[in-house]
Design a protein around this ligand. Structure first.
Ligand code: DGL
Length: 267
């Protein structure tokens, strides 16, 4: 029986929103998180390149860390490579897009919904397809928000500059009369205060983090892969960029579980 850790990855700090939900829901599981901070942001890159990055990181998690399941805690990488990862690896691979769509559909009352994400995610059409596949009777406004990720990676989540950018980028969502807005990039929950201020009180902000954690729990139960060793799980973090910065900002964003950070170099 496989009692290895759950592997997760993102271009940087964004996937920590999913890690938080996962650690809270499944405190007994070991987690290995890879933040590809050396190569962020993924959003402006061609999908093929992001797909290659996703393959490399998943291979590392499976081969070196013997993970039993992989969470692609990044919308851009999910949009670019989820199907391929599922084909290439024997372990279950879970993305964040379907989970986010489910959460968004259960939040809306007026059936006018919005999703914001990176240029890569939005232009891939992954969200538009996921909504269509469910035949959900909703009107979807999909918007790219270039620049948001960079603010989060700098640790700037509540500044005047990010507010000004949000006012500009979110204007079409405000005018569309939506009542729920899916944060279709795992970095964006860290900007929730700013995004919430701009969208106003009547718009519910939805993230995929909790729904993804529930999906992981369901798969562990179905497959019998849940951790057998009793006690609290261990949490190991790997960064391809500046490890001290990863520990410092990551701790602020995730909490005290982020302590053990290993450096990894692609070069
Ligand atoms: N957090 C990622 C996402 O959910 C990637 C953002 C980026 O690196 O551009 O899309």
């Amino acid at each position: 029986m496989h009692d290895g850790p759950i592997g997760m990855f993102d271009s940087g700090f964004g996937g920590l929103t999913v890690a938080r939900a996962l650690i809270d829901l499944l405190p007994g599981e070991d987690v290995v998180y890879f933040g590809d901070t050396d190569r962020y942001p993924y959003g402006p890159r061609p999908l093929e390149e992001v797909r290659d990055f996703a393959l490399q990181i998943t291979r590392l998690l499976v081969e070196r860390h013997d993970v039993k399941l992989v969470v692609v805690a990044c919308n851009s990488a999910s949009a670019a490579g989820l199907d391929l990862l599922r084909f290439e690896f024997d372990v279950p691979v879970i993305g964040v897009i379907d989970a986010g769509v489910r959460a968004m559909l259960s939040a809306t009352r007026n059936n006018k919904v919005g999703v914001i994400g990176t240029v890569g995610t939005i232009s891939s059409g992954a969200y538009q397809r996921a909504v269509q596949n469910l035949r959900a009777p909703v009107e979807l406004t999909a918007l790219a928000c270039p620049g948001f990720v960079e603010f989060v990676e700098k640790g700037e989540t509540d500044s005047d500059q990010v507010h000004v950018l949000a006012e500009r980028l979110l204007a079409p969502a405000r005018h569309a009369g939506i009542d729920s807005l899916l944060l279709g990039c795992t970095h964006y929950p860290f900007l929730a205060r700013t995004i919430g201020d701009v969208m106003g009180r009547d718009v519910v902000l939805v993230s995929s983090a909790d729904e993804t954690a529930f999906e992981v729990r369901a798969i562990l139960e179905e497959t019998g892969l849940g951790r057998r060793t009793p006690g609290k799980g261990s949490h190991h973090f790997i960064s391809s960029g500046d490890v001290d910065w990863f520990r410092q900002l990551g701790r602020r964003l995730l909490g005290p579980e982020l302590d053990d950070v290993e450096a990894y170099s692609w070069r």
